[in-house]
Design a protein around this ligand. Structure first.
Ligand code: FAD
Length: 283
């Protein structure tokens, strides 16, 4: 069992990981690729000490290299859900189940707009994970809503399994999509059905589907762990980065303003040290 599982390999998550490893804990980071970190998009960063004028992409490479040199284990993959199991937690990482004594949320700013019908049909035709649920839609028609090129690999996989795949990109340039997939332009409005999903309504047309895959870089925090308390859409923490759930900590943009690298790094440090003291009390 892992001592500290970290969700997100941005500045906050990597800072937490380094500190957990220094304190001899079994740490593992589960994160989308570094290019999905917000800092990757910064042209130039002037307010982080010691790296004046650095470009965000280079800054991220420095952080990743530092973590790797300290033997931090980083597994590329999206965390779909975290389940409380009493004294520990179980993470679903793209259908691989991982046990951890503590979890640090470092999943960045939540862009969590929820479609009408999304909550109602979650698990009844709505899915966030192609690997987990794709086989359930063998020979059926599905729609995929993707917010970045990152969603295309999952969509190509679904095209191998499903009878028909519609792809609704919420971004401009499609990079690598199988020819069998029908790209549909439009803004998703609502998901409709009775017991199970039947249709996806866009502002341009309606699609008859039995599954709607919503493949976004981040999953709304409220969906990742039920019962986690929020405040102004951010994870509510105290100054030790503790949340309302024991053994669960949060750091970085996911805890709210200010959205800054310095804050993310500091909070990652505090969250890891607090997780370490919690682990010592468990023994
Ligand atoms: C254009 C731009 C310019 C900026 N300029 C500056 C600046 O000059 N100075 C400054 O201090 N700050 C700047 N920022 C803000 C800075 O980028 C953020 O504050 C910082 O990246 C926060 O780090 P984080 O680790 O909390 O989140 P992020 O860096 O966003 O990292 C979160 C990571 O978690 C991943 N993730 C999310 N959900 C999951 C999941 N379910 N499973 C697995 N992985 C997941 C995300 O894909 C992402 O990789 C800028 C931001 C932008 C967008």
């Amino acid at each position: 069992m892992i001592d500290i599982a970290i969700i997100g390999a941005g500045p906050a998550g990597l800072s937490a990981a380094i500190n957990g490893v220094i304190r001899n804990k079994k740490v593992k980071v589960f994160g989308n690729p570094p290019s999905t970190s917000y800092i990757y998009k910064a042209e130039r960063v002037d307010n982080y000490i010691g790296m004046l004028g650095i470009n965000g992409k280079d800054m991220m490479s420095e952080f990743v290299n530092h973590a790797k040199e300290m033997n931090v284990e980083i597994q590329t993959g999206k965390v779909i859900e975290v389940f409380p199991m009493g004294e520990y937690y179980m993470l679903n990482v793209a259908n691989e189940f991982i046990e951890a004594k503590t979890v640090i949320f470092a999943n960045g700013f939540s862009k969590g707009t929820v479609l009408e019908g999304e909550n109602e049909f979650l698990g009844k035709g709505v899915s966030y994970c192609a690997t987990c649920d794709g086989p359930l839609y063998r020979n059926r028609q599905v729609a995929v809503i993707g917010d970045s090129q990152y969603a295309e690999e999952d969509t190509n996989y679904l095209a191998e399994v499903c009878e028909k795949v519609y792809y609704i990109p919420l971004y401009k340039e499609i990079a690598d999509l199988s020819a069998a997939i029908e790209v549909v332009q439009g803004k998703p409005k609502r998901i409709l059905g009775e017991q199970l999903v039947r249709r996806l309504e866009l502002d341009t047309r309606e699609l008859e589907v039995s599954g709607v895959f919503i493949i976004k870089e981040n999953i709304p925090t409220t969906k990742l762990l039920k019962g986690l308390e929020l405040e102004n859409k951010a994870i509510k923490v105290n100054r030790f980065m503790e949340t309302n759930m024991k053994g669960i900590y949060a750091a970085g943009d996911c805890t709210g303003r200010p959205y800054q690298v310095g804050k993310a790094i500091g909070e990652g440090n505090v969250a890891a040290l607090q997780a370490v003291s919690y682990l010592h009390k468990l023994k």
